[in-house]
Design a protein around this ligand. Structure first.
Ligand SMILES: Cc1ncc(COP(=O)(O)O)c(C=O)c1O
Length: 423
């Protein structure tokens, strides 16, 4: 019988790429079940979507209940409970001084955030960061600096986008003096932890510094929390982890409990200055998505998943550091909550994309699903669900230990460059 991969290749565009050839027939908690009978430990979580584990039974029940009431009624036609209740919950969970606008994808939320910043400031320019990833629409590609492939043949893109180095505050005097006057800048958009760019953490004071710069010049600070949001860093949003509040934040991925849903969450005064007609869309805040999102937030609170995320994240990073001590090819283990990563390097300490891909491949042969990231394609990222337990983390570490050990021996035999550290 043909596999799903084989059937798919005949009828689907391959444009978005796919990390594996797995055909999945069921997904539950931390596991995927494949058409050929495998049970895979999933540390990709559908790329940071299944934060409370796949197919949580209470989310399934909430979707079914909502579907019995309504599937689509149109947020720009009528009002409905799940939509309003989720917005109320998000406002309460982001300090009570915000308002919300729902759309469907991360890119769509970022588009809306840029439009909001431009609308309220009446300024044209945006500052984005090298290594960033904000999505695939033309607007989002224009502010994405992590891979030339995302931009190739799509230029000209949005004008008035200026680039800054992540984790560098001193550059702004020069940017404002030589490239763009600060009073022309509508927004600085930043991922509080760079995701696709390599799980790069903000240095002490960086986000605070951005806040000060924005305050000094009336610039909107936008946090793209599409990957960092919904508990990933140990608080609902990373701005709470790092103690810096943006003017506008965007949330997606895990927000809808697996159903497409995104949100722009912004200071109330900004939302109040964005009048009817200035933005919109048909599907944003679909009833099924809002019901699933509401249940997801309830579960995160009730089951203390933020605490669990911090605890399990610390345990995981500790284990990864053990691998770093043992193997020369592992460097720069880092993480916040369950947004964790390690770099793979050559004997000369240079990014080793090939070896990183081999680790991912061999881990999957042993039924562990991992993703990679980084502008140099040499970062293994770990996106376990917040519900992950010690046994699952131990299983992941043990597979990694085997895989890296085998690769080091293999590589050592071929080129004789690696030697395991003695410890
Ligand atoms: C930080 C960040 N922003 C934006 C996006 C785009 O989200 P979507 O794929 O839902 O459009 C992603 C997706 O990976 C992301 O990680």
């Amino acid at each position: 019988m043909e596999s799903l991969f084989e059937r798919c290749s005949k009828v689907m565009s391959g444009v978005s790429g796919r990390a594996t050839k797995l055909g999945v027939v069921n997904a539950e908690g931390s596991y995927l079940y494949t058409e050929d009978g495998r049970k895979i430990l999933d540390f990709a979580s559908g790329v940071a979507v299944n934060n409370i584990g796949a197919k949580h039974p209470e989310v399934v029940a909430a979707i079914k209940e909502e579907a019995d009431r309504m599937i689509h009624v149109g947020h720009n036609v009528v009002y409905y409970e799940s939509y309003v209740a989720l917005a109320e919950k998000l406002v309460a969970m982001t300090g009570g001084d915000t308002k919300v606008y729902f759309s469907n994808s991360g890119a769509e939320a970022n588009e809306g955030a840029l439009k909001l910043a431009k609308y309220v400031t009446k300024r044209p320019a945006v500052i984005a960061f090298r290594n960033s990833f904000h999505g695939r629409t033309i607007g989002c590609v224009s502010i994405t600096g992590s891979n030339a492939a995302y931009r190739k043949y799509y230029e000209p893109l949005l004008p008035a986008v200026y680039w800054a180095e992540y984790n560098n505050l001193t550059q702004f005097d020069e940017i404002f003096a030589k490239m763009v006057a600060p009073e022309m800048v509508a927004a600085i958009i930043v991922e509080p932890v760079q995701g696709e760019g390599g799980y790069i953490l903000p240095e002490e004071g960086f986000l605070q510094g951005l806040r000060k710069i924005c305050d000094a010049h009336g610039i909107m600070l936008i946090f793209d929390e599409i990957q960092t949001g919904i508990g990933r860093t140990g608080e609902l949003y990373a701005y709470q982890t790092f103690g810096v509040k943006p003017d506008i934040l965007t949330s997606a991925k895990a927000l809808g409990g697996g159903i497409p849903l995104s949100a722009i969450i912004a200071r109330k005064e900004l939302m109040d200055a964005w009048p009817a007609g200035a933005h919109g869309g048909t599907f944003g805040g679909n009833p099924l998505a809002c019901a699933a999102g509401l249940k997801t937030l309830e579960i995160i609170e009730r089951d203390h998943l933020l605490e669990q995320c911090k605890r399990m994240g610390a345990y995981f990073v500790e284990g990864l550091k053990g691998l770093q001590e043992k193997y020369d090819m592992v460097r720069n283990v880092r993480g916040v909550g369950l947004m964790d990563a390690m770099e793979i390097v050559t004997a000369e300490g240079l990014p080793d994309a090939q070896m990183c891909a081999r680790i991912k491949e061999k881990a999957l042969e042993k039924d562990l699903l991992l993703l990679t990231c980084g502008s140099d394609h040499n970062v293994v990222r770990f996106i376990a669900p917040l519900t992950v337990c010690k046994e699952e983390i131990d299983a992941c570490l043990s597979i990694l230990n085997e895989v890296i050990g085998e690769l080091e021996v293999l590589h050592g035999n071929v080129t004789n460059v690696y030697g395991s550290k003695q410890n």
